[in-house]
Write a protein of this length. Structure first.
Length: 142
């Protein structure tokens, strides 16, 4: 009788163990891929919320990150501007960026060995120097 209980216990244990769900870890490319809505621009230490509207003028920035491979992605910046009622859109493409996991849990998007942008969870930040002025663009995943 005890052998039968032991056998049933072992079979149940085996059944529950074999049904254990395993989480599939996403690749870095999957983790960064998505559309990000621009939330602000930090210009010379001053944070300016986006979209920026003043009278008939309007300025906004969005990011699109698409996975190329498990460890590479493409980044596209989409600038939308309305000046005197005329709407225009410009794009800036950064293909085949190398993705690296950073010590602070962020994912760096590297271009030619330099960090172009970083993704932290649902947030993206891109810092550039424009005419000797450091500018950071921030976005949030849609």
């Amino acid at each position: 009788m005890n052998n039968r209980k032991l056998l049933i216990y072992l079979l149940l244990l085996l059944l529950f163990h074999s049904c254990k769900k395993t989480e599939i870890e996403k690749s870095l490319g999957d983790m960064v891929a998505g559309e990000y809505k621009g939330t602000s621009i930090i210009l010379g230490g001053t944070e300016i919320p986006l979209p920026l509207e003043s009278g008939t003028n309007y300025l906004n920035l969005d990011f699109t990150v698409t996975k190329s491979t498990e460890l590479t992605a493409n980044l596209q910046l989409i600038f939308t501007e309305k000046s005197n009622g005329v709407l225009s859109t410009e794009t800036e493409d950064h293909p085949n960026l190398k993705l690296i996991r950073k010590e602070d849990s962020g994912i760096g998007l590297m271009e030619n060995g330099e960090e172009l942008a970083v993704v932290f969870g649902q947030n993206i930040e891109m810092t550039v120097v424009i005419e000797e002025l450091t500018t950071t663009f921030k976005g949030l995943k849609k």
